[in-house]
Design a protein around this ligand. Structure first.
Ligand SMILES: O=P(O)(O)OC[C@H]1O[C@H](OP(=O)(O)OP(=O)(O)O)[C@H](O)[C@@H]1O
Ligand code: HPA
Length: 178
């Protein structure tokens, strides 16, 4: 029996949406020094596919923060597990995320990165759950607004599984309520 109740965003739809997002980003940052900051581990797929659509002088760095533990509910407490290597002073920074759910992670991250002297700090997220928002997060580039169900695939996990799927699917509640 499948663990998914539906495929919410297909591999093709993700590719087409990333084409659009990348074009907007290229246009907005043309001629500027852009640093993409990926948030591990969930954003690995979206970062890899978005970055391949960028010009060669766009750079990547990574941060790992965690607020979810091993379940489906945000703990509300964000911890830095791995900090950036780059100095953000004077740089245009674009945080690349797989999902904005409650908004707690990004709200905290934006606050943190904005203290580091960057020229600008903006957000690109493939998925956003407007009905799950606890904090409003300004997001310049959004792929898809989705319902508040727990989703997996394309970097998103449940207990570290399903990240490798090329699409985004809704996980059946009986899988995580087991
Ligand atoms: O808007 P929020 O409710 O804060 O949720 C969004 C965050 O949750 C996930 O990360 P997670 O902490 O699960 O770590 P992971 O990326 O390693 O899976 C996701 O990658 C976002 O960073
Ligand atoms: O729906 C989700 N799925 C997987 N990880 C997540 N982190 C926040 N929301 C989600």
């Amino acid at each position: 029996m499948s663990d998914f109740s539906e495929v919410l965003v297909s591999e093709n739809s993700i590719g087409r949406k990333l084409d659009e997002m990348a074009e907007a980003i290229r246009r907005d940052y043309e001629g500027q020094d852009l640093l993409l900051v990926g948030v591990l581990k969930g954003a690995v797929m979206v970062m890899a596919d978005l970055a391949r659509r960028m010009p060669p002088h766009v750079q990547m760095d990574w941060m790992a923060v965690s607020s979810y533990g091993s379940g489906t509910k945000s703990s509300g407490v964000v911890r830095i597990l791995k900090d950036l290597d780059a100095d953000l002073t004077g740089r245009h920074v674009l945080i690349v995320e797989d999902i904005i759910d409650t908004g707690v992670t990004l709200s905290w991250l934006l606050g943190n990165l904005r203290t580091r002297g960057a020229a600008s700090v903006e957000v690109a997220a493939l998925l956003r759950k407007p009905k799950a928002a606890v904090v409003e997060v300004p997001c310049k580039y959004v792929g898809f607004d989705i319902p508040p169900d727990f989703v997996v695939g394309y970097g998103l996990d449940f207990a570290e599984n399903y990240r490798t799927l090329p699409f985004v699917a809704v996980l059946k509640p009986e899988v995580y309520e087991k």
